[in-house]
Ligand binder design. Structure first.
Ligand code: NAD
Length: 512
């Protein structure tokens, strides 16, 4: 708690109120509503948010279908103009929105601002994409024929988001889905409604400047799992993009599949890094520290398992333990703080349970205890835990959404890759090595089985240019860059006959 001491901060509730007004959020949406909203910085209640019920969802979907029917006919580059304007609003309000992310999700300020930067970046990406929604032309087997594929808007897209990236995840989906010609229905985490309200206000400003966006093009539905479930079950919503726990994804994925909808699932990770004998240990130490302790271990891509070659174990792990013992923990608004609070008591309890299970399995645990921060008795600050363990027991194979890093020893790359892949999740992974053969093997078909495989950087902190997502229990979805946009469109294959004959495919004859 050293970093918090000596830093005078204004009351969180007062700051929240100022930021909500600066961001143009109407008072009625966050004052006097039924749902209490708290800040993890102090644990205090900072707002009372008005909620939607499952009954509101049907009306919202009706409006969304109407908006979609108008929006799909707007030329894609013109749709890109709305996303460009959204990016401009985000640029102009980056400081306020980034600080609100810090107040509501508890991230340190540079990460709150980084989250808004990511929103700006995906808007830029989507503006370019709005002129590049390319389909193929295909060689036809018939004379005088041409084949091609065209990509069309698909319909209302539901976006269900998690607390830990309260606004960026919406933007990865929203920016692409909008240029693809779809309408949006956003169900944010019940733990982070205020940043969602702020983003909705910025979207509405962008839409007002744009001038001709259909009403209801992007709607916000604040509520709990019941609101998410109503969206999941509505057959008028062809795409449901859901980010959160594997538990949630298992329910959403099954329900959407039952009605033949499409889901984009971005679920839990259990990310590993392998440290090889040739690794640059200074660089590895920094990469590991950020990936494992940053965001208080509350990123889907947080480093949770470290697999260290026995020849460097005794050099690296004591240095890491020192970093764990000295890292600054406290109010995330303070410039010196590196580790902010856990989101709530459940997050803390889950962490303690996992540490107990690890101890019972014979692990040596460094850190992990609650840290008192002045003026924040109802908040949950913890010292990140470094857990040396001999085997990849059940608790290690499970995602605990807290700063716990399990450290395992290995004797070679094949064993390391087997350990790394030996968990149900498949989001992100990395290797620290200066051996080209090891790096390439790790990224090859017999290497990491994750959606993200990095070399000489940690598993967290992806750029938006690549497709983001993972395999196995992580859900298989891809968002953001590369060709992730295709998930928000439907593909039509067209065959055009410009001859005077009617040859049938595969040489079939049918003369009448
Ligand atoms: P969570 O699963 O508790 O909630 C996520 C969202 O799902 C919330 O909006 C919640 O209201 C909604 N939800 C819950 N049950 C639902 C249901 N039955 N039907 C419809 N919606 C439902 O997750 P969380 O605690 O907010 O976030 C942490 C989890 O999210 C971690 O597992 C983390 O790894 C994961 N995550 C994954 C990614 C990724 O891109 N893979 C990104 C961020 C977070």
């Amino acid at each position: 708690n050293r970093s918090a001491e000596g830093d005078a901060h204004r009351p969180v509730a007062q700051e929240v109120a100022e930021l909500m007004r600066a961001l143009g959020v109407p008072d009625a949406s966050w004052r006097g509503g039924a749902r209490q909203s708290r800040s993890p910085i102090t644990g205090e209640t900072v707002a009372h948010v008005a909620e939607a019920s499952a009954a509101h969802v049907a009306d919202a979907v009706t409006r969304s279908v109407d908006a979609f029917e108008a929006w799909r006919t707007v030329p894609a580059p013109r749709r890109g103009e709305l996303v460009r304007l959204l990016g401009e609003e985000l640029r102009a309000h980056k400081a306020e929105l980034g600080r609100l992310v810090t107040l509501e999700a508890g991230k340190v300020l540079s990460e709150g601002l980084g989250e808004v930067q990511e929103m700006i970046d995906i808007c830029d990406f989507a503006v370019g994409l709005s002129r590049q929604l390319y389909g193929l032309t295909i060689a036809s087997e018939r004379p005088g024929h041409r084949m091609m594929e065209t990509w069309h808007p698909v319909g209302p897209v539901a976006i269900i988001t998690a607390f830990n990236f309260p606004v960026a995840v919406w933007s990865w989906n929203a920016a692409l889905a909008l240029v693809c010609g779809n309408s949006l229905l956003w169900k944010p985490s019940e733990k982070t409604p205020l940043t969602a309200l702020a983003v909705q206000a910025l979207f509405e400003r962008a839409a007002a400047v744009f001038g001709t966006a259909p009403k209801g093009l992007s709607q916000l539905l604040i509520g709990g799992a019941d609101v998410g479930a109503a969206l999941t079950d509505d057959p008028r919503v062809p795409v449901v993009s859901a980010t959160g726990s594997t538990r949630m994804g298992r329910i959403v994925g099954e329900r959407v599949a039952r009605r033949f909808g499409r889901s984009i699932l971005e679920l839990g990770g259990n990310n590993a890094a392998i440290v090889c004998p040739s690794a640059d240990l200074d660089l590895a130490l920094r990469g590991i520290a950020f990936a494992a302790m940053g965001t208080a271990g509350q990123r889907c891509t947080s480093l949770r398992r470290l697999i260290v070659h026995e020849s460097v174990y005794d050099t690296l792990v004591p240095r890491l333990a020192k970093a764990y013992a000295s890292v600054s923990i406290g109010d995330p608004r303070a410039a010196a703080t590196l580790i902010g609070p856990l989101i709530d008591k459940d997050g803390f309890d889950n962490m303690q349970k996992a540490l107990e299970a690890a101890r019972a399995a014979g692990a040596r645990v460094h850190g992990g205890e609650r840290v008192d921060v002045a003026g924040a008795a109802d908040a949950y600050y913890v010292r990140p835990a470094l857990v040396e363990i001999d085997e990849q027991v059940e608790i290690v194979r499970h995602e605990t959404f807290a700063p716990i890093l399990y450290v395992l020893r290995c004797s070679g790359l094949p064993e390391a890759i087997k350990l790394q892949n030996g968990v149900p999740q498949g989001l992100s992974s990395s290797i620290f090595t200066n051996d080209m053969r090891e790096a390439e093997t790790f990224m090859s078909a017999e290497g990491s089985d994750c959606g993200i495989a990095n070399v000489n950087i940690g598993p967290s902190g992806a750029e938006i240019g690549g497709a983001f997502g993972g395999e196995k229990e992580t859900g298989g979805g891809r968002e953001a860059g590369s060709d992730a946009w295709k998930a928000y469109m439907r593909r039509a294959t067209n065959t055009i006959n410009y001859s005077r004959q009617l040859p049938l495919a595969q040489g079939v004859s049918f003369d009448i």
